[in-house]
Design a protein around this ligand. Structure first.
Ligand SMILES: Nc1nc2c(ncn2[C@@H]2O[C@H](COP(=O)(O)OP(=O)(O)OP(=O)(O)O)[C@@H](O)[C@H]2O)c(=O)[nH]1
Ligand SMILES: [Mg+2]
Length: 480
């Protein structure tokens, strides 16, 4: 007999006809679950669009029209979904993002660099079976948390001294394209006296120059991903804080470093590095990451193919570095420090509407190959993982074209930059990771599209690609 029924029997015995509503709802609430679903990815990977559309489709999941592979919705068991985001400490800009995607003409959201949250309450009916013993209805509270993947790139710093970090950065900045782009900054560093007294202003000025350099490396044509310290580019609530007066020495450490004045640049940076670890990196893992239950990592594979070998290698290195945060074998730094609890991770290749449907499987496979080593480690550590290609807002439609008597699958959509309508053959996704000789200028040309308007109501499966499968993997087992 379930708890509610047992209490009901007790109530009858005490002469009450019904269990008071207050008591019943308290019992039911005791059986409700809350899940923290964190969404991350490197800059421009599609986090904001993903969270907004996922929430939008979920908020309409009771109509059962747009998520055929999300079992509770397809079975008509979602009774209602409410948006409780205003209760969150840092609410996600859900309404404004959706308004942009629903406008005429629709537009993509602006860049975001804060951690923020959508909070949803999903009231559902349990399927017939054992679970019903817990009551026919229940509520799953889902917190969708958006945070920049760049923050995860900082985790390895906890294991390094300032000097070790500088050595790593020197290696990184010895290669193209960093060494060329950083030429002026490197020259400036060579002229610095690191061990005589310096000032806050000088430290701040140089850290701003380093931030500008990272910004330049992040933008096309370089489009690099491996950026430390992560908060320099994605400061969140630390914008302007002296905690970000930090940059690596990209020249060899001075031989007489032990004679450095306490307020020399060398001593200041050493100190700033330790403070950054204690006051920026650790609090993020302690206050946020440790409480996440499941994680989605979004990856823009197509961008890396477009930008060429250096961008691809850098993104692969950054991704595998970022995934250290999910490898918590018994001796890992993470487990020792924070006891994380994420047990399921979905890797999603975003913007799958940039390629034709017959390429989606290749895109799944390509992402799998990019992260295969890290994924193996995670599985070993008991974290279940899955890879899939998806599109949050399907912005293209399939068309067929004839070329030399052959029928080609093509896409039609509007260019992101000019809004001009185009129909094109977008090309194929390789089924192996490209080798150095595979890179040539003309091989990959996936273009960016303007969004197709997202309807307010009357959502259909063709408005997205596989958002329902993502939801099923991440929450399906909890809605039983
Ligand atoms: N065609 C298509 N493009 C998408 C989709 N999702 C995102 N994009 C593109 O990717 C860009 C970035 O999307 P966002 O959701 O803002 O990415 P983000 O990860 O939040 O970016 P930051 O906040 O800058 O880190 C958009 O401006 C679109 O050009 C999608 O489902 N389909
Ligand atoms: Mg964003």
């Amino acid at each position: 007999m379930n708890l509610t029924k047992r209490l009901q029997t007790l109530a009858h015995k005490s002469g009450l006809k019904e269990l008071p509503e207050q008591v019943r709802s308290r019992v039911e609430r005791g059986l409700e679950q809350r899940i923290k679903l964190a969404i991350t990815g490197l800059s421009r990977s599609g986090k904001t669009v993903f969270i907004s559309t996922l929430a939008h489709h979920l908020l309409h999941a009771d109509q059962g029209t747009s998520l055929p592979f999300f079992t509770p919705s397809a079975e008509g068991r979602i009774l209602s979904v409410r948006d409780l985001s205003t209760e969150a400490e840092t609410p996600f800009p859900l309404q404004s993002t959706l308004a942009g995607l629903q406008a005429t003409p629709p537009h993509w959201p602006v860049s975001t660099e804060q951690l923020s949250e959508v909070r949803l309450a999903v009231k559902y009916r349990r399927p017939p079976g054992l679970g019903r013993a817990l009551g026919e209805h229940s509520t799953l509270y889902i917190d969708l948390i958006d945070y920049p993947g760049e923050w995860l790139l900082d985790l390895p710093l906890l294991n390094l001294s300032f000097e070790q970090w500088c050595q790593q950065q020197q290696t990184l900045f010895a290669d193209a394209p960093r060494v060329q782009v950083a030429e002026e900054f490197l020259e400036l560093q060579r002229s610095i006296d690191w061990i005589t007294p310096s000032s806050d202003e000088e430290q701040a000025r140089l850290s701003r120059l380093f931030r500008d350099l990272l910004q330049q490396l992040r933008e096309p044509p370089h489009s690099l991903s491996l950026m430390q310290p992560g908060r320099l580019l994605m400061p969140g609530d630390l914008d302007g804080s002296p905690l970000l007066y930090l940059f690596p020495m990209l020249v060899p450490l001075p031989e007489n470093a032990e004679q450095a004045a306490p307020d020399s640049l060398y001593a200041r940076l050493k100190d700033a590095f330790e403070r950054y670890k204690d006051e920026v990196i650790r609090p993020f893992y302690e206050n946020h990451f440790r409480h996440f239950d499941r994680q989605i990592v979004l990856v823009d594979c197509l961008k890396t193919l477009n930008q060429g070998e250096a961008c691809f290698n850098d993104m692969q290195q950054a991704l595998n570095g970022l995934l250290h945060s999910f490898q918590y074998g018994r001796n890992s730094l993470l487990r020792r420090l924070f006891r994380p609890r994420i047990n399921r991770v979905l890797f999603a290749a975003t913007k799958a509407d940039h390629v034709t449907a017959n390429q989606h499987h290749n895109l799944d496979r390509f992402l799998e190959l990019m992260i295969q080593d890290a994924r193996r480690e995670m599985r070993f550590d008991g974290v279940s993982t899955s890879c899939m290609a998806l599109a949050s807002v399907r912005s293209t439609e399939a068309v067929q074209a004839k070329l030399d008597g052959q029928v080609l699958s093509c896409l039609r959509g509007y260019r992101k930059e000019s809004d001009e309508e185009v129909a094109l053959f977008p090309g194929e996704i390789p089924t192996e990771l490209p080798r150095p000789e595979d890179w040539n200028d003309a091989r990959f040309r996936f273009i960016d599209f303007a969004p197709r308007a997202l309807p307010r109501t009357g959502l259909k499966p063709e408005h997205h690609i596989r958002l329902d499968q993502a939801l099923e993997y991440l929450t399906g087992d909890l809605l039983k």
